[in-house]
Write a protein that binds this ligand. Structure first.
Ligand SMILES: [Zn+2]
Ligand SMILES: [Zn+2]
Length: 388
């Protein structure tokens, strides 16, 4: 079965919701208008239950199958939040809120899941229960975790969870997925080096934190090149180096900030350990001291084997077998659906956004052309997993 016919009929309506969300972006947990519209639409579709305020501004909708809902419970998740980016698309429905923009396509994810909910509530051609999950704050606020902490998985007895993200560069109508790690753990560090400031012409009387800092920046590269197995992946990037205020003064302190990305817990732990050792050892060697703040962000997004096979079978029904990449390369970006995959088995898949600007770019736009296949994917996951 290719795209579900009824979904194809709904595509224009789904696109109209998408454009409305696009025009009214809200960031982090501030997705109040978005959540209200989602909840209103879900109620208008006749869902069995619509609950707001899960994970602060998250929304959960319940659709029971034709058997009254007995049996397994499949969770489908979309993210609702936008980004603090000034939109440059020039679209007629471009953001009306200066400095905020749907630059990651969450407007599309939310709308496609709404379309799936409308279809599933109309047809109920399954035995069991579908739970549609709309989360805030995917972009750095761990909204998925907030919903879990509010009892999402237990309150609705969710058995498996699935999600989808659009992917620029992958043709529209195609899917890409892999078993195991598909998105990275995203950690953040801040190193404050304290030396002894003084006159630039009397360096021997100072402890120069800039020299120490540059040695640290170089030495941190050995985490990827010498500490981690070359067959594993890690990114160590120093992205901010701040020090000094005048050309003739050696400053007292220097600050380095950056990010570490990894695809396994072991690599993540090793990278953090090596960072601490390198910074402390080099500071000792140069007579400086260091304060290290290491903030763990999202964990690795790791797909479960059986659910990935199942997701592939659904995607292949919709797109055709040759349009589903089953062993796509993982990405070093982060994704807070990772928290849901730590709670329940499931899978996260990419759906092609075609030849568009990259995610988080001010000229990015979600491609409405992927609505039929993306929304059909959610629908068929439920109908196939809970076949009546
Ligand atoms: Zn994003
Ligand atoms: Zn995103």
């Amino acid at each position: 079965m290719p795209v579900v016919n009824r979904i194809a009929d709904l595509a224009d309506e789904i696109a109209s919701w998408r454009r409305d969300f696009h025009e009214n972006p809200e960031i982090m947990y501030e997705t109040v208008r978005t959540a209200a519209k989602v909840a209103d639409l879900l109620r208008s579709f006749g869902l069995d239950e619509v609950v707001t305020g899960i994970g602060r501004t998250g929304v959960v909708g319940v659709i029971r199958g034709k058997n009254g809902g007995a049996g397994r419970v499949i969770g489908l998740r979309a993210d609702m939040d936008a980004l603090p980016i000034a939109e440059m698309t020039g679209l007629p429905y471009a953001s009306k809120t200066p400095g905020k923009m749907h630059a990651c396509g969450h407007d599309g994810h939310t709308s496609m899941l709404l379309g799936a909910a409308k279809y599933l509530a109309e047809t109920r051609n399954f035995n069991g229960t579908a739970v549609v999950i709309f989360q805030p704050a995917e972009e750095g606020g761990a909204g998925a975790k907030a919903m879990i902490d509010d009892g999402l998985m237990t309150r609705w007895a969710i058995d498996e969870v699935y999600s989808l993200h659009n992917l620029p560069g992958l043709p529209v109508g195609e899917f890409a997925i892999r078993k195991g790690p598909i998105m990275a753990a995203t950690d953040e560090f801040r190193i404050t080096i304290t030396g002894r400031g003084g006159h630039a012409a009397k360096p021997h009387e100072t402890v120069d934190p800039i020299i120490t800092g540059t040695q640290i920046v170089s030495a941190l590269q050995t985490i990827a090149s010498r500490a981690v197995n070359p067959l594993d992946s890690v990114v160590v990037s120093v992205t901010i180096f701040e020090a000094g205020t005048a050309f003739n003064v050696i400053p007292e302190t220097a600050t380095l900030r950056g990010t570490i990305r990894s695809l396994t817990d072991a690599t993540r732990d090793l990278a953090e350990k090596r960072l601490n050792e390198i910074v402390n050892a080099l500071c000792t060697a140069y007579g400086a001291t260091a304060e290290i703040e290491f903030r763990r962000g999202y964990p690795v997004t790791a797909n479960h084997d059986d659910q990935t096979d199942f997701a592939v079978s659904v995607a292949e029904e919709i797109a055709g077998p040759d349009r589903v990449q089953k062993e796509t390369e993982p990405m070093m970006g982060g994704e807070d659906f990772s928290y849901m995959l730590l709670e329940r088995p499931g899978a996260y898949i990419f759906a092609g956004n075609g030849d568009s600007a990259s995610l988080h770019h001010p000229r990015y736009n979600f491609n409405d052309g992927l609505i039929p296949s993306g929304s059909s994917y959610f629908v068929r996951l439920v109908e196939k997993a809970l076949a009546a």
